[in-house]
Design a protein around this ligand. Structure first.
Ligand code: S3P
Length: 430
């Protein structure tokens, strides 16, 4: 078990990039695997989650070469190029892999057994299993198919109209991938717009889809054509460095080539509302995704209320937002975020638990957190609980906590940000 210690910093200064976007890396490999032709992915995130996606599709007979850590070539042979795996499809810790892959498997006429780690085994799969069954897929699993291990045999799907009770890009993307293989139209509606990487990338692979008020629809029977994808830096990874630069006095950091998709930039809006000096310069568009440079200067901050349609736009950033909130004037209130309970860990209780170890005053609510502002943090040992974003949030707290923070089970960070500690230490002046 890896433990890493982060010591307080006097300031953070410099110019860095972050690893490729996790959501976009998964999709580029998956869409490439079911497309006809070659898909070369540049800027691929070589984190454990995206490597799980590669290994699952290799097991279904797709040739995938890793030219280097960040350049991957997928040789797709269309939907029918995928073959029955001879052993388990193991998604590891990756919710995106399992939910999107189930949408692909739902249309394919063979049997697969899908497993993951202990965290995946606690995460609800009924949100995709129920509508996929309604479309005609056979799926069985623990607790009537709500949890892994799952067995699935696909084929003969009918389009569906699905109103999702949660704003989830994983549900939406899963059903769009199944819908592409179904007879007729598939339409998905969601209460707030979740990240739209699938809606942006599918057309780049030649798919016709219609974006509608509150949802998206497409017609089945469409083939994808392989193409090159350039993956921007992950704003969810950049968020940890932005947060660090905001709360360590005297800091100024630029992060280059970060994805600026508006369904993901809720954290930038929120940091600005808190008084954070966050400047964004858009520099271009990579495979339908806006990209730019973010420059952050240490700022004095005030607490905010975050709720409603802002939540899906920063859902993965709430643990680090909570760390920043401990340094703002006045309380920060996070509501409408019950989805946090079914992430890699229950991020409401784990964020509260780890921040309290450092002296923060945090109240858990049924759908969020209330964080008391302006609280000096005292160093201690924190636990990632095997959750990459909790590990990184604790490490950033270490930059301002008296005596530093030791993060146990820090290996989890490799899920989304390999090289995180090296990047942080490169920026830190002590
Ligand atoms: C993701 C969607 C989000 C997010 C996850 C990645 C994706 O989950 O939390 O880290 O790539 O589609 P939900 O769609 O379940 O909210």
């Amino acid at each position: 078990m890896k433990t890493l210690t982060i010591q307080p910093a006097d300031s953070l200064r410099g110019d860095v990039t972050v690893p490729g976007d996790k959501s976009i890396s998964h999709r580029a490999v998956m869409f490439g695997a079911v497309a006809r032709g070659t898909t070369r992915v540049e800027g691929f995130l070589p984190g454990a989650d995206c490597l799980s996606t590669i290994s699952c599709f290799r097991r279904m007979g797709v040739a995938i070469e890793q030219e280097s850590e960040t350049v991957v070539t997928v040789h797709g042979r269309g939907w029918e190029g995928l073959t029955e795996p001879e052993s388990f499809l193991d998604v590891g810790n990756s919710g995106t892999t399992i939910r999107l892959m189930l949408g692909i498997l739902a249309g394919l006429p063979f049997y697969s057994a899908v497993i993951g780690d202990e965290s995946i085994a606690r995460r609800p799969m009924d949100r995709v299993v129920d509508p996929l069954r309604q479309m005609g897929a056979w799926i069985e699993g623990r607790k009537n198919g709500s949890f892994t291990p799952l067995g699935i045999r696909g084929g003969n799907l009918e389009g569906v109209e699905h109103v999702s009770p949660v704003a989830s890009a994983q549900v939406k993307s899963c059903l769009l991938l199944a819908g592409l293989q179904a007879d007729g139209v598939t339409r998905i509606r969601e209460p707030h717009r979740s990240r739209d990487h699938t809606e942006r990338m599918l057309p780049a692979f030649g798919v016709e889809l219609t974006r509608e008020e509150g949802g998206v629809s497409l017609r089945g029977g469409q083939q994808l054509s392989g193409r090159d994808v350039r993956v921007p830096g992950d704003i969810s990874s950049a968020a940890f460095l932005i947060a660090a630069a905001l709360i360590v006095p005297g800091s100024r950091v630029t992060i280059r080539n970060v994805g600026l998709n508006p369904t993901r930039t809720g954290i930038l809006d929120t940091f600005r509302e808190m008084g954070g000096a966050v400047e964004v310069e858009e520099t271009g568009e990579w495979t339908g995704e806006p990209v730019g440079d973010i420059t952050v200067t240490a700022s004095s901050l005030r607490g905010v209320e975050v709720k409603g349609d802002r939540i899906p736009r920063l859902i993965d950033e709430i643990p680090i937002l909570a760390v920043v909130a401990t340094q703002a004037d006045g309380p920060t209130v996070i509501r409408d975020a019950a989805e946090l309970k079914v992430k890699e860990t229950n991020r409401i209780s784990v964020t509260a638990q780890e921040l309290r170890r450092l002296g923060a005053v945090v109240e858990e609510t049924p759908d969020g957190l209330i964080i008391k502002g302006r609280t000096p943090l005292t160093g201690d040992r924190c636990d990632s609980h095997g959750d990459h974003r909790i590990g990184m949030a604790a490490a950033v707290a270490g930059l301002i906590a008296d005596g530093g923070v030791s993060v146990s089970r820090a290996g989890a960070i490799d899920v989304s940000f390999p090289g995180f500690f090296e990047t942080l230490n490169r920026l830190a002046h002590r």
